[in-house]
Design a protein around this ligand. Sequence first.
Ligand code: NAD
Length: 260
Amino acid sequence: ALSGRVALITGSTDGIGLAVARSLAAQGCTVMLNGFGETQAITNLCEELAFTHTVDVSHADADLRRENEVSGLVPRVVERFGRLDILVNNAGTQHKGPVEQHPPHRWREVFALNLDAAFHTIRTALPGMRAGGWGRIVNIASVYGLVGGVDRSSYVASKHALVGLTKAVALETATTAITCNAVCPGDVSTRIFYRNAKLLAEREQITRTEAQQRIAATNMPSGQVVSPEQVAALVAFLCTEAANEIRGAALPVDGAWLAR
Ligand code: NAD
């Protein structure tokens, strides 16, 4: 359904970003990956994705906390693939601890990756999307983009700001075929979730499944964590024509977290 389209997914060598890259490649999209990892592992990943879905896949290594690197990322996609139709701002980070102990340099780092990076990819991608007459921008925020939480002030603030940026860009593009939305996941079963569950299982002498359920039940009324594939499926839907008039939304995938 997306053949001929070119997508850039930031932070896509692992976790949610990788699941998004897989789902877009499965729709026939050409994919530019970004994110950290061993060179050989990334090369293998590109080859695996390209072979499985018969699409072009490449990787651009940019540290998105650095303004010069993030500003150069979209031009590199256009240089490699000739265009950019779908931009998924997924790379993100957090710092845990009370606000009065939050190191100011870490605050800047969290904002640089969670907010500024999206600003720079969007501002460099939009002219090409306008010229091409079509575009999709999806920002991976969080439930913490819509509600607060304890000991994660920079994360909550930067994700709220990312939701704000999403609304502003959606309004600036409202009369075009370019849409901009945010996806707001609750707890997602990425690598860190399984690591935490393994540690909890060892500490409490319970099975890994019990530990996973216990963690899920902490925040999620559903008692289930969200899978990266479930987040990716929503992103893929937002890239279809059926989603033409979904604009400026912040869509939860959160097991009813925000319904309370
Ligand atoms: P992850 O840690 O599993 O993967 C992060 C990816 O970003 C990796 O590919 C990593 O190499 C890359 N990355 C990290 N720093 C980077 C940088 N400076 N420059 C370029 N790439 C960088 O992350 P995840 O858990 O899949 O989270 C992805 C997004 O989803 C984040 O924005 C996060 O805030 C959000 N989110 C995650 C959860 C969750 O439970 N995992 C919940 C809600 C929202």
